[in-house]
Design a protein around this ligand. Structure first.
Ligand code: DON
Length: 344
């Protein structure tokens, strides 16, 4: 349908379609995220805004964590294609702590399905602190896999015939999410295991109630080791990007968990990822996320990318002050809250 030297609309459309179809899908690659042009700008802005903030203090109930230099601060976005946008100390290796918990819950779901997680651990937020014994007493079970009780139960549910095999699987799974081999920071392990009286109490109570599925001291050791795994903010971003990418690690292309279970895991992170601060976090950031007392946080924008940050100074609930603020700002700036664009 040529009119003079102008191509009519249907002809232009047909030409574009023909061009698009003649390029094989693998050569075109996935569509870039519409926000990608802003990623570096928002990461730089959040880093600059909070770099000098001194609020909060390092965790001290695990003695060695007081030795992490408090001024360290890093912010990163990892797109689901594995591209990294970062500012600050994003390569510094710190202990993953509770950020390990959703990934071991993922392993349990991969091995035995989400119903086992729901029935044998639970998926309700506690509304109480991450190490709460009261929550245990009230509910008489482990409550959810992101509080200490549920996370200790989760390692005990990993299918293994020896402690070594249990640990190897947990470590391999975390490494698969990160896309590189992760190892334990032995000094952190020693410091935490020799002072783990509270967690030992939790493990024993669970065992007493039939809610722990291995010998309690074995579960405590494997749990403490998973919390002592060394990661950087970049690693956390890559682990989150794997969840954003349907369970496929963007670097290795390995399917680390079934894509179908990712929404269930993100739902648990959305309701319990910040313990007794989960409501405020969802209200402000609107993203499923997980924190750790090492100072790391990873948040996931489902189907798109991950935002991670690291800063050792924590608030009263045990969550990193600058990491929270940086991720909240970025989520607001990009308008990516799961319930709609969130204000700042
Ligand atoms: O069991 C503990 O207390 C630590 N290994 C993990 C706690 C933690 O990271 C809480 N998160 N903010």
């Amino acid at each position: 349908m040529l009119k003079g030297n102008r191509i009519s609309f249907p002809a232009a459309l047909a030409a574009t379609l023909a061009m698009a179809l003649s390029t094989p899908a693998f050569a075109r690659g996935p569509m870039p995220d519409p926000a990608v042009k802003d990623f570096q700008r928002v990461v730089d802005a959040a880093y600059a805004k909070y770099k000098d903030l001194k609020e909060g203090k390092n965790a001290d109930y695990i003695p060695i964590l007081t030795e992490t230099p408090s001024d360290l601060f890093g912010v990163v976005i990892v797109a689901k294609d594995g591209k990294v946008y970062s500012a600050g100390d994003v390569d510094y290796v710190f202990s993953i702590q509770s950020v390990s918990k959703p990934f071991t819950a993922a392993l349990v779901m991969s091995e035995q399905g989400p119903e086992v997680l729901k029935e044998k651990i639970g998926v309700e937020p506690t509304g109480m602190a991450f190490n709460s014994k009261l929550a245990l007493a009230v509910y008489e079970d482990s409550v959810n896999p992101l509080v200490n009780a549920g996370a200790i139960a989760a390692v005990s549910l990993v299918q293994a015939t020896s402690e070594q095999e249990r640990w190897n699987k947990v470590q391999q799974n975390l490494s698969d999410f990160a896309g590189r081999p992760l190892t334990v920071l032995e000094k952190v392990y020693e410091s935490e295991y020799t002072t783990a009286f509270g967690n030992r109490g939790i493990a024993n109570l669970l065992y007493n109630w039939g809610r722990l599925y291995s010998e309690p001291e074995e579960a405590l050791r494997v749990y403490t080791r998973e919390c002592s795994v060394g990661v950087s903010a970049k690693d956390l971003g890559m682990m989150g990007a794997t969840l954003a990418n349907g369970g496929v690690n963007p670097l290795t292309r390995k399917q680390v968990m079934p894509a179908g279970h990712v929404p269930e895991l993100l739902a648990i992170m959305a309701t319990a990822g910040f313990y007794d601060e989960s409501g405020v976090w969802m209200f402000k950031a609107g993203l499923p996320a997980k924190t750790g007392v090492g100072g790391g946080i990873v948040a996931v924008v489902p189907g798109r990318f991950a935002i991670a940050a690291f800063s050792p100074r924590l608030n009263e609930a045990g969550n990193s002050v600058r990491s929270m603020k940086a991720i909240q700002d970025i989520a607001a700036e990009l308008g990516v809250g799961v319930f709609g664009p969130n204000p700042n």
